[in-house]
Design a protein around this ligand. Sequence first.
Ligand code: HEM
Length: 259
Amino acid sequence: MPSYAEYLKIDELLALQRPLSEGPEHDEMLFIVIHQVYELWFKEILHELDHLQELLSRNDGAHARGTLKRILTILKVMVAQLDILETMTPLEFLSFRDRLESGSGFQSSQFRELEFALGWKDPKGLDRYPAGSEIRRRLERRLQSRSLWDFFLHHLAINGFPVPQSDLERDVTCRVESSPALREVLIAVYRSQPALAELCERLVDLDEGLMEWRYRHVKMVQRTIGTRRGTGGSAGADYLLKTLNQPLFPDLWAIRTEF
Ligand code: HEM
């Protein structure tokens, strides 16, 4: 039997936090640890999303709802973790910010993969990674694969709902667009099938949860670096503000006015 440390590769894990600043600056450790923790959560969510897609295809609604609940719980923890980073003052961050050079969460390939898997498809996200690299290939695969929304629509169809063919066969490399005919189907789901309606509500939780993360992240950015440009090369908070209030699943929001 491997020991705790062997099984979890603790020695390797604890050797991965290497501050670059002189001294090093005290707060750089927090900055590194929190980003690494986020990357681990991104990895786990991607793992669960792949499973969720499989469960939806197999028409296993009960386990799909359980998996979605797990993803939502992780997302809540991810949002809450921003509180920890907000204990770092602007001066504390500036003490080592130069060391990041062009490094930024902007370049997180797992975050882009997560966006793609959820249906936030933007091929521009690929440009940051060299053509032919393993990361680029992974992202291309995600871009060209069905998103969670597509698996959900097929799940509704398997359950006998008349999902329009144009939605079932939409171009999966694009963002999900609003579809009036689909809205009628979604309303029928809510009126007739409580278990599927619950699945819809959990998707709304997921959509709202990602928006919450984006909102909390931009607020943290504003309080830490104000309106400075980002180390990743964007306009900083101004760029991030444009990503707010853009739903992943627009029709699940639109039907609320139509019930
Ligand atoms: C002091 C802390 C932080 C600051 C000042 C900060 C700042 C920024 C800025 C300015 C951007 C815009 C892109 C650019 O760099 O030009 C950005 C993007 C991003 N950051 Fe942060 N960030 C911080 C912490 C984090 C943490 C802990 C994560 C977790 C992984 C994270 C993930 C991201 C992601 C995924 C993006 C891309 C968002 C998008 O394109 O919609 N950031 N960040």
